[in-house]
Design a protein around this ligand. Structure first.
Ligand code: G
Ligand code: MN
Length: 401
């Protein structure tokens, strides 16, 4: 039976949208600026002022605010880490990040973590007021939308409805299963590995992205990762007995002790497993990535960089992971046979990777032309619908060329 939906936290439920939107939390350690912000905004907002990140994080897990305005450089916890906490607990409060020292990395991190806007100090003209205005309108729209959805009953979990999201997530974990997609050796044309892809019987979580999104919002990434690894260890039984297993790790999984536990179910298969770590996630957020990847290698795992070329231009994942395998994002592969420019770029990535003793997987191959071009360019391993769709039972690819 579907549990009845309940709006989050008692105080939020009791506040009408307009009043909640007025509750502003300012996190600023510079006293002068804090005072100036207070004077400037107190006629329009019900302001709570906090001077360090950790106290603000703690407060946010207990109380609901309409808008959060935070500095980046703060004592005890940075504004970016605070944003992480906000995303884990309160699901849709708009956060405005302000800084006196803008840098590309913090701006990117802030946007990735869903900051509403990023403003630089000193605040010229009415920029600050405009950002706050926009934020409080968004809160009101979010609440109205939530109410509307609640009157409709079913549907996907509501953004701010933690209880509903928790219930969906629990069912999704319960119904988690893995599809396996063949990865084919370009020379022998044999299936030599399978990538495990998370699926669930829970209808409100339609794809892996939504699954991870829910896990992140609920602060339960580790539970998701553990379940994936346990199910992988229990259900991976390919027809080729020595086939390898490629498994997707989230950057956050690197902080889970279970991953490094010798007695964890997947650890026993480690020498057959390649851990894919996506280029999309910010590895910078993980403390001490180097020693963690070293520990994974010590257990017998190999490492792959996943989704290479999917929009992220940095070299951090390459430099820090020193991967054994590089997986080219399918956006690079799409119509590669019709694009000499893309072919040349991919070819040089392949060549450089080979010089570093890394194997290359071309992902997302859908057509004969793409397949032929990937082989011609020197990709070692091939994956995509043309070679085999993800399936509940690990099935070898039937494709020959
Ligand atoms: O991020 P990652 O590379 O792990 O994601 C793989 C996703 O791509 C899976 O959800 C899988 O179902 C999908 N996929 C696998 N092969 C193909 C393909 O040939 N074409 C498309 N469009 N998607 C694919
Ligand atoms: Mn992958």
């Amino acid at each position: 039976m579907r549990p009845t939906r309940k709006l989050e936290t008692a105080d939020a439920g009791a506040l009408p949208g307009a009043r909640l939107a007025e509750r502003l939390l300012i996190v600023e350690d510079d006293r002068q600026l804090a005072g100036a912000l207070m004077r400037r905004l107190q006629s329009r907002f019900d302001i709570t002022m906090i001077s360090d990140g950790a106290s603000a994080a703690e407060l946010l897990t207990r109380e609901t605010f309409g808008v959060v305005l935070t500095d980046i450089q703060l004592p005890r916890m940075s504004g970016i880490d605070l944003l992480r906490v906000v995303r884990a607990y309160d699901l849709d409060v708009p956060v405005i990040v302000m800084t006196g020292a803008p840098s590309m990395e913090t701006a990117i991190a802030a946007i990735e973590l869903g900051a509403l806007t990023y403003i630089t100090k000193p605040f010229a003209g009415t920029k600050l007021e405009e950002a706050l205005d926009r934020a409080s309108k968004l809160v009101q729209i979010a609440r109205a939308k939530r109410e509307l959805l609640a009157t409709q009953g079913a549907g996907s979990p509501l953004a701010g409805d933690r209880a509903g999201l928790e219930a969906c997530f629990a069912r999704a974990l319960e119904g988690l299963w893995l599809a396996f997609q063949p990865i084919v050796d370009a020379r022998s044309q044999r299936t030599i590995a399978y990538e495990a892809l998370a699926r669930t019987t829970e209808p409100t979580i339609p794809h892996p992205g939504a699954f991870i999104d829910a896990a992140e919002r609920l602060g339960r990434l580790h539970d998701f990762g553990r379940r994936v690894r346990a199910v992988a260890a229990a259900t991976f039984s390919p027809p080729e007995r020595d086939a390898k297993l490629f498994i997707n790790l989230h950057a956050g999984d690197l902080t889970d002790a279970d991953l490094f536990d010798r007695n964890a179910p997947l650890s026993k298969l480690a020498s057959r497993v390649v851990c894919e770590i996506t280029e999309r996630a910010a590895l910078e957020s993980v403390h001490d990535v180097r020693s963690r990847t070293t520990a994974l290698r010590a257990l017998g795992y190999e490492l792959a960089v996943d989704d290479l070329g999917a929009g992220y231009a940095g070299l951090t994942s390459f430099a820090t992971l020193e991967p054994d395998v590089v997986k080219l994002d399918m956006s690079l592969i799409r119509n590669i046979d019709e694009s000499p420019v893309r072919s040349r770029i991919v070819e040089s990535i392949v060549r450089l990777s080979h010089e570093l003793s890394m194997r290359i997987v071309a992902e997302g191959i859908e057509t004969d032309g793409e397949l032929r071009q990937c082989v011609a360019i020197g990709c070692d391993l091939l994956q995509g619908y043309l070679l085999g769709r993800p399936a509940a039972d690990a099935l070898p690819s039937a494709a020959r060329w």
